[in-house]
Ligand binder design. Structure first.
Ligand code: ATP
Length: 280
């Protein structure tokens, strides 16, 4: 169950081979970062999850059923996909209608639509804008609206393509809270991002693509230790990892909070050691 990909290759009509022999399983409830250079095939891969693209070779199974055997409308009830650019997604005339569009299309009862829309808009601080036209909003407000609309669909699988792009730190914190909620509700979440600080704080597993091939599948902490491999994939480790390595501190931390705690422990440890050495 979840997402199972077996030997997936994909050629665009132009002849570009965007995915090469990818096999991958994402269990229900798992959160996975999908990383790689621009043009490495990340968006092409996730468009296979909701049937926007079908494999040229291989198979993509969602909850055990090949995507080729389901209509896009059926898959939309299981997999919700946030596009990189909110303007590729937004089509309604009010913030409320935009957020209600997905849940209504999925046939949810009015009460459930109202609850989902209310919860999603408040999570992204958009409730006071519910009557506004999305096209009058700022870019970051439209981005938050696009994310809120995807989450309002309450699907088992959520795919977010560059969710932090264009958001300020306060808005990223709203997204982090929403990610925690998704995780505690047992959703599978796939996040495409170049924001390694966000990945370090929110994801445990990472899959990297290079030229359409899978080149890494493992723990985020392991990935961030491979500095030259990351560089090869066009990525930099999170700032705390860079800082640790710059000072040659083997703190193995991924978040600022852990970094400070371990740094304080390390300094205390050193002081203890020195005091012991000084005591005859
Ligand atoms: N509609 C299309 N027609 C032809 N080629 C395409 C199309 N969309 C993407 N490609 C090509 O397929 C390859 C993979 O592109 P894709 O957008 O999946 O990569 P990506 O890793 O998501 O990149 P980015 O990080 O820039 O979004 C690239 O070579 C790209 O130019």
């Amino acid at each position: 169950m979840g997402i199972e990909i077996q030997g997936l290759s994909y050629w665009y009509d132009t002849g570009v081979c965007a995915l090469k022999d990818i096999s991958l399983t994402i269990q229900p409830g798992e959160c996975v970062a999908l990383l790689g250079h621009n043009g490495s095939g990340k968006t092409t891969l996730v468009k296979h999850f909701n049937g926007l693209l079908h494999p040229s070779q291989g198979v993509v199974l969602i909850n055990g059923i090949p995507t080729t055997e389901r209509r896009v409308a059926q898959l939309a009830g299981v997999v919700a996909l946030l596009f990189q650019n909110p303007d590729d997604q937004i089509c309604k005339r009010t913030v409320w209608d935009e957020t209600a569009y997905g849940p209504k299309n999925l046939g949810y009862a009015n009460e459930r639509v109202r609850e989902q829309v209310n919860a999603s808009l408040s999570a992204f601080d958009l409730l006071t804008m519910k009557e506004r036209n999305p096209h009058d909003l700022s870019y970051s407000e439209r981005k938050r609206l696009a994310i809120a609309s995807v989450l309002a669909m309450d699907t088992e699988i959520v795919v977010l393509d560059e969710p932090t792009a264009g958001l300020d730190p306060r808005e990223i914190n709203l997204l982090k809270a929403a990610m925690r909620q998704l995780q505690s509700n047992g959703k599978s979440v796939v996040v495409i991002s170049h924001d390694m600080d966000f990945i370090a704080e929110n994801m445990l597993r990472a899959v990297c693509l290079e030229n359409g091939r899978k080149c890494f599948d493992g723990g985020v902490a392991d990935l961030f230790e491979k500095h030259s491999f990351l560089e090869q994939c066009g990525l930099l480790p999170p700032q705390v990892v860079q800082l640790s390595s710059h000072f040659n501190l083997r703190l193995q931390t991924l978040t600022p909070k852990d970094f400070i705690e371990r740094l304080v422990d390390t300094i205390h440890g050193h002081r203890h050691g020195e005091r012991r050495r000084q005591t005859p």
